[in-house]
Design a binder for this molecule. Sequence first.
Ligand SMILES: [Zn+2]
Length: 481
Amino acid sequence: MIIGLINFFIVLLGRALRFAHNELLRVLLCFNLSVNSIYHNAFSAFFKIIKFSCHIVPFASFTLILSLAFFSLHSQYLDSLDIIKKARFHIDTLCSNTFKGRGYINNGHVLAAEYIKNQFTSYGLNPICSTGMTQNFEFPLNLIQDAELIINQQKLIPSKDFLPAPHTPPVEMKNFTPKYIGLGSPENWKKVSKGLHKQWVIIEDGMPNDIPENLKDSLKKWYSTENQIKQAKMYDASGLIIKQKKLTHSFSAEPIGLPVLFIQENLKIKKIDSYKVKTRTGNQFSQNIIAFQRGIVDSTIVVCGHYDHLGSIAETVFKGANDNASGIAFLLVLAEQLAKIQTKYNILWIAFGAEETGLNGSLHYVMKNPCIPLEKVKFVFNFDLLGHGQDGVMAVGSKTYPDLFQIVTFTNEALGKPIAFSERPNAPNSDHYPFTLKNIPALFFYTMGGPKHYHDYLDLPEGLELTAFVSMQKIFLKILE
Ligand SMILES: [Zn+2]
């Protein structure tokens, strides 16, 4: 009973203070007065006293947790169902055929960028860059514009049956019989070396099953695609076909001198009726979409994710639902809610372009054209692959930036530990990385579990379970508010 009364009193007091705080800020901002740190310090001092009292009064911490729970139940934020509804809407939109896999065919990337820009604008966010919300940049790309493989008079499907390697030059071949050599072992290459004479070669991916465990590491390099291409060139083959269990698409900046074609391992190939690849080599343009929200303190948190994906080849569209329509949906839902309140710090929302081509968008922003001084960036949160979470969430960089990660784990614990985070050191595997090159602490979050459709045509919206999505929203709303 007494605890209940104390709880009720603290809740009332907290709400009144919060209301007064927001109103005062509004008035100050209306009169264009700078919100000085004295006021802000006084406000945070109040919470410090509450925190301190938790150590003295044993029941107070319990009461405070109850109060926080009460706050979150009655906050201005979306409820779980609305969060999922909005997320699904953004994911379905970004994965629709109009956006063509958010790549460089039919300007899919431009349309996706426009969609995000319109969303940011509708939330009341502002541009901060001299060029508005859109920041353009260029990068070298060997773009596969079209591909067609016909075997036994049957047109095969890109990504399902075959994939031109990203660095392939253009190809136009008819009625040819490639030479099958089995695994790309040194002996197998030697066997065919004399009889190749500008022929195409088919090899099986991987290494023999009977290689002893202790030799596997040293032989990995020999059986790598890179070395197999080298062997094919050395033995004067005119093209290389590699049979693979899973076909994974990616990009390359430049073509190499040899056409390389990946095919599904179960496909029986003797004669090829026709194989065509159309490419475009040179500079490709794209854009970052950047929006700003002013906080009380003039220090900025960057919240980012990439919107681009692999585009399309012929009729196959790489939808990229998990990678990374899910991360952009996460950014948009978060931004829509936070735009309604006065946050403590500035938030710089960045939807990066051209991540899949080698972090081109984030490298351009950080190295060439940061719209606010990098010294003013406190830290970075990057979200890429947010569609699952059945096996928890990986925090890349948590082992490199433990202090920053502590903010996340502390908030996770305060909310009842809904997410099982795993830890990894920093790595150059997404758009947070360029910031860390400038000594800005950054964490990259990706969800784990669920079907593995990384960079293939089956990364579809209907395959996403969004298991960690709502809890991740709640954690980051709390951190960023
Ligand atoms: Zn990604």
